[in-house]
Design a protein around this ligand. Structure first.
Ligand SMILES: Cc1ncc(COP(=O)(O)O)c(C=O)c1O
Length: 398
């Protein structure tokens, strides 16, 4: 059967190929696996959410309304908690009625937004490299995609000045996010200000994907909510996945201009019901009573980061110190080219020989070519033994 062009366009990218390799590695008979798999390819924490959040959700699971469909009106207590969190976290008054929307994840929200604001053929701008749902959402909306290349020599800063006047006239929506995945840069408030003022001036929807807002190790994470103009042209996506380790539970939210929240709400009304009230109650607990809890993750990620960087450096793999907590963004070894290997080949070889799964940078766009992403999602001792496995592999090839 002929499938839609839309689906064909989504394609099977580097991510799926990497996933397939991991699955093949996992299903090798025991004797044939050189080592057990250490999966550092996903930004999914190995750490538990706050215990009070788990307790609240556990109890709420036994309430009959948690098993029922939850229509938008019943999400009000969650939206109210979001508004209280935003007031405490950013000092910004947010209207829980019209400016907040519950989401299944910031991935879901960012992937659906283009369908709500663009028509087929309209232009959307993404960063390259960027999180895959940014491009995926534009592909689903059959948008024309423009890319802004992030460069290492510019510290992965979006160079909005490189956009021409005619590009700015064409672009109807731009999506980006700092702290940035995959480059692991926290970014600067001034970069968001620049984007937002371009949005206001050129009537461009500015979507800022901010699931890592609580995970900055150096400097303060920026937020669109500090920028003038977000109530007219901005929408920001937050998540309980990273700061509160609730990724598997799938709960997030958007705060933004009323007309954008309304459009996304109406799109979502066609696609899904809201998350269970049990999850929402967990989210409320996290936002209201464990708002500071993410801070304790920082020392854990910092120790992981520092020990991993030191271990890699010990045998010559030099990686810049990332300012955000969860990832290392690593250049492939210089010697890789003498084997004819690109980032995907290096990650495939590394997996085959050492059982360590990293993400090839090209999975995030051409701008990620020649890079690998390592997620610091295992305890220090496991990260150190992973590095001890990489060292002989490195020496055998360099
Ligand atoms: C930039 C970015 N946006 C969104 C997501 C997905 O977050 P959520 O679990 O809220 O869907 C991720 C996950 O890694 C991410 O890195």
């Amino acid at each position: 059967m002929e499938l839609s062009k839309r689906i064909n366009n989504l394609g099977t990218g580097v991510f799926q190929r990497n996933d397939f390799r991991k699955q093949s590695y996992r299903s090798l008979p025991e004797g044939e696996q050189p080592f057990p798999l250490v999966d550092l390819s996903l930004g999914a924490s190995d750490l538990l959410p706050p215990s009070s959040v788990l307790e609240v959700m556990k109890n709420a699971l036994f309430e009959p309304e948690s098993s029922s469909y939850c229509l938008h009106a019943a999400t009000y207590p969650f939206r109210e908690a979001v508004a209280a969190w935003a007031k405490g976290r950013f000092g910004v008054e947010v209207d829980p009625v019209d400016e907040v929307l519950l989401l299944i994840g910031s991935q879901e929200g960012t992937a659906h937004l283009p369908l709500a604001v663009l028509d087929a053929g309209d232009t959307g701008l993404i960063m390259d490299p960027s999180y895959p749902s940014h491009k995926g959402g534009l592909l689903l909306a059959e948008a024309h995609i423009e890319k802004l290349l992030l460069k290492e020599e510019q510290s992965w800063r979006p160079d909005f000045k490189s956009l021409s006047i005619s590009q700015l006239e064409q672009i109807k929506m731009m999506i980006f996010g700092y702290p940035h995945n995959p480059t692991a840069q926290v970014g600067k408030q001034s970069w968001l200000e620049e984007a937002m003022s371009l949005g206001v001036k050129n009537q461009i929807v500015i979507a800022h994907d901010n699931p890592y807002v609580e995970l900055s190790l150096i400097g303060n994470a920026p937020s669109l909510l500090f920028c003038q103009g977000w109530r007219d042209w901005g929408i920001e996506f937050f998540s309980l996945s990273k700061g509160w380790n609730m990724g598997g539970f799938r709960i997030a939210f958007a705060i933004g201009a009323k007309h954008l929240i309304k459009a996304l709400r109406s799109l979502k009304g066609t696609v899904d019901f809201n998350q269970s009230l049990a999850l929402q109650k967990g989210g409320i607990e996290a936002l209201l009573r464990s708002a500071d809890w993410p801070k304790h993750l920082l020392s854990i990620y910092k120790e992981r980061r520092d020990k991993t960087l030191k271990g890699l450096q010990g045998f010559g793999w030099h990686v810049s110190t990332p300012s955000m907590a969860m990832y290392l963004w690593m250049p492939i070894p210089k010697w890789a080219s003498s084997h004819g290997w690109d980032d995907e080949d290096v990650s495939a070889e590394l997996l085959k020989k050492t059982g360590i799964a990293l993400t090839p940078g090209s999975g995030f766009g051409d701008g990620g070519k020649g890079m690998l992403r390592l997620a610091l999602v295992r305890p220090v001792d496991e990260l150190e033994s992973a590095i001890a496995r990489i060292e002989p592999w490195w020496h055998a090839h360099s």
